[in-house]
Design a binder for this molecule. Structure first.
Ligand SMILES: Cc1ncc(COP(=O)(O)O)c(C=O)c1O
Length: 396
């Protein structure tokens, strides 16, 4: 079997989690704080806020940006541009905050949001841009940062599938006001479930710490900002804003601290796998298309996407079935075109253009594993399965 994913954790992480259980210190505490500090150091963030999933990180980032405590907060009815190839919980938090997602097309070569399409989508109520570096392929950040500055847009980087990727030497997540990452089981590294927000904005981070847990101030860095205003209220039960409970457990912090140092090695293997697959499959270039790495970027290859070229004599279903018979798991590319998912149609949104490149990916593409556990034998098995399938159509 070549599965979409294999676990990135082993005995070390399990023992660290067991230590937490045995100590009975299981709720968010020291180990989460150390992991936040480690992640901040390795990525160059001034502030990080760990949560219980990447989806929660997106929710928390949007909730903080739309909170009245935030200067220049996004207001209900404001628009946030998103790529058509987004994850569901990239877009849902925008709606949950009363904002309006504006869906624009991707570039067919990189599969990332197309800066020209963003420019065409900007209207009088557009205030934000939320990008998704698809499968770890950095977006065209020079163009994106430039247009955010020119149009005064808040940039949110959903890097939930882009850990370990960088653009011109800068880790992804450092270009916008806030960035989010996921440590779900099948991601580059894992805390089983888990996520984190990174930002250089200290006030936004404090708001995220408040909203993360109940609206209280227990985890903020400077509680006196609030306690001196309300000396009559017990500071452990001082609620200064609304809030959720998006906290990770201490076990997740302990596992994360052991996983993060392994990330560079995992990404190196993913990149070697992608290079091998790209070169081995390139002779079928008339039938198959591949994702181009953005110039100046380091792609971290969450999975390996394959698109059928126009005129291919087989369907996506046929090639996926052949790979399945060979024990190779495949899946559609992210959510496909999010504007075609029924959930979006229950809520106000705007689409720009016909989104044909994203639809093409939804209808004529799939992806398969490119992860740290794919070795020489697995790589050759994948190429062999493609060879066998192509032979049926006369390709050698
Ligand atoms: C782009 C993107 N955003 C958000 C998420 C949500 O992350 P999680 O599964 O940790 O909630 C994912 C999940 O894969 C994702 O791909």
């Amino acid at each position: 079997m070549v599965r979409l994913h294999e676990p990135t954790f082993g005995a070390d992480e399990i023992n660290a989690a067991l230590d937490c259980l045995l100590s009975t210190m299981v709720t968010m505490g020291m180990k989460n704080r150390s992991f936040e500090a480690l992640f901040a150091n390795t990525h160059g963030f001034a502030e990080t806020v760990m949560v219980n999933s990447g989806s929660s990180a997106n929710l928390l980032a949007l909730a903080a940006l739309a909170n009245p405590a935030t200067e220049g907060a996004l207001r209900p009815g404001d628009e946030v541009i998103v790529p058509a190839l987004s994850w569901s919980t990239t877009v849902w938090p925008i709606i949950q905050m009363g904002l309006v997602p504006v869906v624009v097309d991707i570039h067919p070569a990189t599969l990332n949001i197309d800066p020209d399409a963003i420019e065409c989508a900007i209207g009088p109520r557009t205030r934000g841009l939320m990008i998704v570096p698809l499968y770890g392929n950095p977006c065209a950040m020079d163009a994106i940062v430039d247009l955010c500055q020119r149009h005064n847009l808040v940039l949110i980087e959903d890097c939930c599938e882009a850990l370990g990727a960088s653009y011109k030497g800068v880790p992804l997540g450092r270009f916008g006001r806030v960035a989010t990452f996921s440590f779900y089981f099948s991601h580059h590294i894992t805390t089983l479930e888990g996520g984190i927000c990174g930002t250089s904005d200290g006030d936004l981070a404090e708001t995220m710490r408040i909203l993360r847990a109940h609206g209280w101030i227990r985890e903020v860095k400077e509680p006196e900002r609030w306690t001196r205003l309300h000396p009559e209220i017990d500071e452990r039960f001082l609620f200064v804003n609304l809030g959720y409970n998006l906290r990770p457990t201490e076990l997740q912090g302990a596992m994360g601290a052991l996983q993060l140092p392994k990330l560079p090695g995992f990404v190196e293997t993913r990149r070697a796998n992608a290079a091998f697959l790209r070169s081995g499959l390139s002779r079928f270039g008339e039938m198959l298309r591949f994702q181009d790495e953005t110039p100046g970027a380091v792609h971290s290859w969450f999975t390996f996407p394959v698109m059928l070229a126009r005129g291919a004599p087989f369907t996506i279903g046929e090639i996926r079935a052949a790979l399945k018979d060979a024990g190779i798991e495949t899946r559609p590319v992210i959510c496909g075109n999010i504007a075609r998912q029924p959930g979006l149609h229950l809520y106000p949104h705007r689409t720009v253009g016909d989104l044909r490149h994203a639809s093409e990916v939804m209808d004529h593409a799939f992806s398969f594993g490119c992860h740290h556990a794919i070795d020489d034998a697995a790589r050759n098995h994948i190429l062999g399965a493609f060879d066998g399938f192509m032979k049926r159509y006369g390709f050698k």
